[in-house]
Write a protein that binds this ligand. Structure first.
Ligand code: PMP
Length: 359
């Protein structure tokens, strides 16, 4: 077996301990004679797996009974539609913050259902910063405020939460479980699983219960939060194997000390990489220092003609998936929870060596 260091933005690296446990019980889960993938989602066995995963997630994130936790299909992209359909509640306007490519996609989709008030945008700044909160033009009568706490492509992260009088909705796909957050500050949190939660195909939605039951009549049942909350996410067949894998990841997080320990580790990894980039003339990261993502670190080489060689040699050195998103070019190292400190050390050592050879 030859597992290499994987810096993919998603589907991303998973903890090896989790993969090994899944492998061990792949054919025969706890002597029941079948794989989790083959179980009825309504069986006692699977319901046990599902409930344990939800309980562990509630424990790790500190999610109170005021919130429903949904385990859905459709990806974070489907939530771009589900959010307005469930939350507009008769209103015709919603507030959106535009800090990058994922914000833009959420805005575009919401525009099908309502008038989108873009309260602030860093597009003129090439999405390298977060507009100061006191400059935001919030419509107080709009139904909710949506933002993207971590822009996976641009590598821009909010280390604060907007405090407003309406429900705050957050696309946490690439920051969830990377550090503790105050769930009570949010109306809805949603995330595709394929970064810090588990394999792709599972989407987690954490919704404050008082926001349920207001979906517009045109809302497809499968996008209606109330339908899924009432059925324990089993109104239709849930992404059962992904749910099980997520449960293993939640146990792994608990075992290594929860989100406080995870956050310390992530902080060390990100600091090491940014410090190296800042002190080496060959590399640059365009994001304002206070908003640099601790999960996705984009960086440019001094000469983009060397990009191809960098990617070829990094792959030969066992460092996978460093190519930047096609919309921005350059490189990107995604350093999610399961990417070890050793992986970051190996990346920094490779980058130093490459700069020496080619700088
Ligand atoms: N939002 C963010 C912040 C993302 O990073 C992604 C995926 N990279 C998405 C939304 C879309 O997620 P999905 O592919 O699960 O629809």
């Amino acid at each position: 077996m030859n597992r290499l260091y994987n810096f993919c933005a998603g589907p991303a690296a998973l903890p090896e301990a989790v993969l090994l446990q899944a492998q061990n019980e792949f054919l025969d889960w706890q002597q029941k004679g079948l794989s989790v993938m083959e179980m009825s989602h309504r069986s006692g066995e699977f319901v046990g797996i599902a409930e344990a995963a939800e309980a562990d997630l509630r424990d790790i994130m500190g999610i109170s009974d005021d919130y429903a936790v949904l385990f859905l299909q459709g990806g974070a992209s489907q939530q771009f539609s589900a959010v307005p359909l469930n939350l507009l509640n008769g209103k015709s306007r919603a507030n959106y913050v535009n800090t990058g490519q994922w914000s833009k996609k959420a805005i575009k989709e919401a525009g099908r259902y309502c008038d989108v008030n873009v309260v602030a945008s860093s597009e003129d700044d090439n999405f390298s910063s977060i507009p100061a909160f006191d400059s935001w033009n919030i419509d107080k009568d709009a139904a909710y405020l949506h933002f993207t706490p971590n822009e996976t492509i641009g590598g821009v992260e909010f280390f604060w939460t907007p405090e407003v009088s309406m429900p705050v909705v957050a696309d946490m796909s690439s920051t969830i479980l990377s550090r503790p957050i105050e769930v009570d500050k949010f109306g809805v949190i949603y995330a595709g699983a394929q970064k810090n939660i588990g394999p792709s195909g599972l989407t987690i939605v954490i919704v404050r219960k008082d926001l349920l039951g207001n979906a517009s009549d045109m809302t497809p049942s499968m996008l209606n939060y109330q339908v899924h909350a009432d059925a324990g996410s089993m109104s239709n067949t849930p992404p059962a194997y992904g749910w099980y894998m997520a449960g293993l990841v939640f146990k792994w997080i608990k075992q290594i000390g929860g989100l406080t320990a995870i956050a310390e580790m992530n902080q060390r990894k990100a600091s090491k990489l940014y410090e190296f980039i800042d002190t080496n003339d060959f590399y640059a990261n365009p994001v304002e220092p206070v908003s640099r993502s601790s999960m996705n670190v984009p960086f440019m080489l001094a000469d983009d003609a060397l990009d191809k060689l960098f990617l070829k040699q990094s792959e030969e050195a066992g460092l996978l998936n460093l190519k930047g998103h096609r919309s921005v070019g350059g490189m990107r190292a995604s350093i999610y929870n399961a990417v070890s400190e050793a992986a970051v050390d190996a990346l920094v050592a490779f980058m130093a060596d490459f700069a020496k050879q080619n700088g």
